[in-house]
Design a protein around this ligand. Structure first.
Ligand code: TYD
Length: 208
């Protein structure tokens, strides 16, 4: 039996890590076998590419180089970790996936949604998520909750205009991929958001 593939997406500071932690705990309590992974990274070679992508030493990276490296890391991650786990019937939980590239590289960096979709289609080789949890909170609200950008991360330093474009990229992706996108309003408490996620996954038949 094929496992289900769930991805988590959202702007910086949306509370992704907290929600992933709560979903893990839910899966553990309910004896659902899962693998938790992340992007960029998640496989040996992909983690090496992650270091290049997130290092503040590589400020000269061009938008195309960056998009291709994200896609390259993803191709290896799909091949080495995601597909084998799904084939074994294990549920895969992935912190960011293709929609991060569509929003960050395609829309915010201006490469174009279609171009980034094309290179990623090749990279993921049909391995689209069954459900994409999109933590729907504007960057203004997310940043004020988080208390400012993380200065050690090159991408987080890009400024509010960039993050607004990221958010609009996610909105575009949510309209293109209505079948798998689960936009979650996260204006309430952490536990309210968690319960919305569980209910959305149950409604979609991903969780029993
Ligand atoms: P990370 O430290 O994992 O942050 P987060 O907690 O926000 O997930 O850094 C990942 C950064 O890489 C984040 O700023 C989003 C960016 N990113 C892209 O630009 N494109 C992509 O395809 C992916 C997967 C991530």
């Amino acid at each position: 039996m094929k496992g289900k593939f769930i991805t988590f997406e959202g702007c910086e500071g949306a509370g992704k890590s907290k929600q992933i932690k709560l979903l893990r705990e839910y899966l553990q309590r309910n004896n659902i076998k899962y693998v938790l992974t992340r992007e960029p990274g998640g496989a040996v070679l992909s983690e090496k590419i992650r270091e290049i992508l997130l290092s503040s030493d590589n400020a000269e990276i061009t938008p195309v180089t960056e998009a291709l490296l994200f896609a390259a890391a993803r191709a290896q991650h799909v091949n080495d970790v995601i597909k084998p786990s799904l084939e074994q019937g294990v549920l895969v939980l992935c912190d960011r996936f293709i929609d991060s590239s569509l929003a960050y590289q395609g829309v915010a960096n201006g490469l174009g949604f279609d171009y980034v979709e094309q290179i990623n289609n090749r990279a993921i080789d049909g391995c689209y998520p069954d459900a994409t949890i999109f933590l729907k909170i504007t960057p203004e609200e997310a940043f004020s909750r988080k208390g400012g950008a993380d200065l050690n991360d090159r991408i987080e330093q890009s400024g509010m205009d960039f993050h607004k474009k990221v958010y609009s990229g996610y909105l575009t992706a949510s309209k293109v991929y209505t079948d798998r996108f689960l936009p979650i309003d996260c204006s309430g408490t952490v536990m309210e958001t968690h319960n919305k996620i569980i209910n959305a996954l149950k409604d979609k038949g991903i969780l029993p």
